[in-house]
Design a protein around this ligand. Structure first.
Ligand SMILES: C[S@@+](CC[C@H](N)C(=O)[O-])C[C@H]1O[C@@H](n2cnc3c(N)ncnc32)[C@H](O)[C@@H]1O
Length: 251
């Protein structure tokens, strides 16, 4: 735990981005250099989640809809849940007809009904600790339909990061990334720095490691669900240090 005991949560800090930042990709927590990787990210999510026209999809932590907007055209209907300021931004920018938006924080805010697909992408490391994260995931089990899939994607596993940074290749990729970030910070309006400042003032302690990943697999399997870890293709922004968990309820 860091020493910012009185700081706001990452959930609240993301909400503030909707007020303070105008560039959508920055509000969604990505960097400007990742804009051209969105199509690959969505393709990878689809390969794992397998959305189809009969599905009801829930995205927990939908932010301003960078994923939910394109995914909505592949399913029957969707629900997105996030901070009221982000949901407001999403709504104001025009929500597809089959998307319903809910304001609040999972799992305190309940969602009605059950779902064939649930997406939690680039979200789980933002909750305060491993216990809270496990409760977040376990609350999804009850609303997952038979044959349904829950994708918990883009997990920044610290142990995976260490393994990759221990190689010469990993050190080079990390150096290239740092150089690109420096350039980004120098070249654009101050929004990138402003975003960094807002988020770095919030309470963040990345608890995510191999033990946590195994605990999620164990929890799902003990609950009668299939659970797998999946790698990301190297077209994705942090593919060498992030992985996904796919949970499926047997039919
Ligand atoms: C890095 S953004 C990713 C947004 C989106 N999933 C995407 O990939 O474009 C993380 C989002 O998770 C949301 N979030 C964090 N904790 C949450 C919780 N407990 N319930 C709902 N949303 C949450 C934040 O407000 C933020 O919008």
């Amino acid at each position: 735990m860091n020493d910012k005991q009185n700081s706001k949560s990452m959930f609240e800090a993301y909400g503030d981005l909707a007020d303070e930042i105008n560039t959508p990709i920055l509000i969604a927590g990505r960097n400007l250099q990742h804009e051209n990787q969105m199509d690959d990210t969505i393709a990878d999510i689809c390969a794992k989640l397998e959305p189809n026209k009969n599905c009801r999809l829930l995205e927990l932590g939908c932010n301003i809809g960078m994923l939910l907007n394109p995914l909505s055209s592949l399913v029957a209907s969707c629900v997105g849940l996030d901070h009221h300021k982000l949901v407001g931004f999403f709504r104001d920018s025009g929500t597809p007809e089959n998307v319903a938006l809910l304001e609040g924080e999972w799992p305190t805010t309940k969602v009605e009904g059950s779902f064939d697909r649930i997406l939690v992408y680039d979200v789980l490391h933002l909750v305060p600790d491993a216990g809270t994260a496990l409760k977040f995931i376990e609350a999804c089990y009850d609303i997952l339909e038979p044959g349904g899939r829950l994708l918990i994607g883009d997990l920044p596993n610290k142990d995976m990061h260490k393994r990759y940074q221990s190689t010469e290749f990993g050190q080079k990729v990390a150096a290239d990334y740092d150089a690109a970030r420096e350039k980004e910070r120098a070249n654009i309006t101050n929004e990138s720095q402003q975003r960094t400042a807002i988020l770095s003032d919030a309470l963040f302690d990345n608890y995510m490691d191999d033990a946590f990943i195994f605990s999620v697999l164990g929890s799902a399997r003990k609950s009668g669900l299939h659970a797998f870890t999946l790698p990301q293709p190297d077209t994705l922004p942090f593919c060498f240090s992030r992985e996904d968990i796919l949970i499926a309820r047997p039919r």
